[in-house]
Design a protein around this ligand. Structure first.
Ligand SMILES: Nc1ncnc2c1ncn2[C@@H]1O[C@H](COP(=O)(O)OP(=O)(O)OP(=O)(O)O)[C@@H](O)[C@H]1O
Length: 358
């Protein structure tokens, strides 16, 4: 087996009564952009702090190029960090802030000036050396923090919700910058967020955290197309869930009875495929069709609302048994011109585009 660049092995962290991280194991390749995605309290930050050396794990190990980092203190781990609350030194200028990690490492003066300049160029803040952080916008300050984290060329960069204090437009702008910097420098990035859109935009792979464990690791496309658990399915992309009865199984596919008696065959079945007759069926809003005419293996619904969202139109529907299902159609889709609130209609979907969870 080839040795992983960065390896997180069986990490567990207990604070008194609270198990913050139950069991986290993953390998990260050199140059990879790995995001920890999950709801608040799922253990993402704790895992990152253990990597940074701010916390010791209760169990497990962290290896960089095959060598354990646990006995190396935080400041000697050669890991850059940008945190939401890891703010700049307010009394220092931008240049002095960025130079700080180099001074700690006793880099020669001439080299410091050059490296600070290059780091500020990387984050597009050339010429801001003498500015005080207080006189800069939130986005500019986070770019200075990024320059400071990267100035000594650490092989690994940790980022914990670095953009959560910024407004949406600025956030997207800096996401774009982070992607560019990742490509230009080739630094390995571990990034924490609870925002799925941000995770999808930035990452090579995403580790979905839930209750101190990883439910699934994969590219955004893999997680969307093939979610391993109900939780991942609900966390990546938009989703409708309805209850179903499993009435047959074959080769990882299920035959399901839906409320109202509709039978669908050939739905991919995930998680705990052994036994049990109850399942939850995931239907993506963008994979549903809508028509006035009856659809084979479709669901009879009533339109409860139609919302225009720019490029898309979201149609809210309700089945006779009370399930709410939303359908996303492209703006101008001909189905919409024939439908209004209160109308009866049929929802259709390809069995292959749905997912059943035991
Ligand atoms: N120092 C601590 N002492 C006690 N409990 C802690 C400590 N740090 C974290 N926890 C608990 O561990 C669990 C995981 O927290 P963690 O911050 O890692 O989650 P997270 O996924 O990063 O969430 P958030 O996005 O809210 O930061 C939470 O229940 C949290 O309350």
């Amino acid at each position: 087996m080839t040795e992983a660049f960065l390896s997180i092995r069986g990490i567990r962290k207990i604070y008194g009564q609270v198990t913050a991280v139950k069991n986290v194991t993953m390998d990260i390749a050199e140059g990879e952009f790995m995001t920890f995605l999950g709801p608040s309290g799922s253990g993402k930050s704790t895992t990152l702090y253990i990597l940074a050396g701010f916390q010791d794990p209760t169990e497990g190990d962290i290896l960089l190029k095959g060598r354990s980092l646990l006995s190396t203190p935080s400041h000697k781990r050669s890991i850059g960090m940008v945190f939401q609350r890891y703010t700049l030194f307010p009394h220092l200028t931008v240049g002095e802030n960025v130079a700080f990690p180099l001074r700690v490492r006793r880099t020669p003066q001439a080299e410091i000036a050059e490296r600070v300049k290059a780091a500020l160029r990387l984050v597009r803040l050339e010429g801001f050396e003498d500015r005080k952080p207080a006189l800069m916008s939130g986005g500019q300050q986070q770019r200075v923090a990024l320059a400071r984290a990267l100035v000594y060329n650490p092989p690994v960069l940790l980022m914990d919700e670095p953009l959560s204090a910024l407004d949406k437009k600025l956030r997207e702008e800096i996401q774009f910058e982070i992607r560019r910097i990742h490509q230009e420098t080739g630094v390995t990035i571990l990034y924490v967020t609870h925002d799925q859109e941000e995770a999808l935009r930035l990452s090579d792979r995403i580790a979905v955290f839930s209750h101190g464990e990883i439910d699934q690791i994969g590219s955004g496309q893999e997680l969307y197309a093939n979610p391993a658990t109900h939780f991942v399915a609900g966390f990546i992309g938009d989703s409708n869930f309805i209850d179903a009865q499993v009435i047959g199984r074959r080769e990882g596919k299920a035959r399901l009875a839906l409320p109202g008696g509709t039978i669908v065959d050939g739905v991919p079945m995930h998680a705990g495929s052994a036994g049990g007759t109850k399942a939850s069926l995931l239907l993506r809003p963008e994979r549903l069709s809508l028509s006035r005419a009856q659809i084979d293996a479709g669901l009879a619904v009533t339109i409860s609302d139609i919302t225009f969202l720019g490029n898309n139109v979201e149609v809210s529907t309700r089945t006779a048994s009370g399930d709410s299902l939303s359908v996303r159609l492209p703006f101008g889709h001909e189905a919409i011109s024939h439908l209004a609130r209160g109308d009866q209609a049929w929802l259709g979907f390809e069995a292959n585009s749905a997912h059943a969870f035991a």
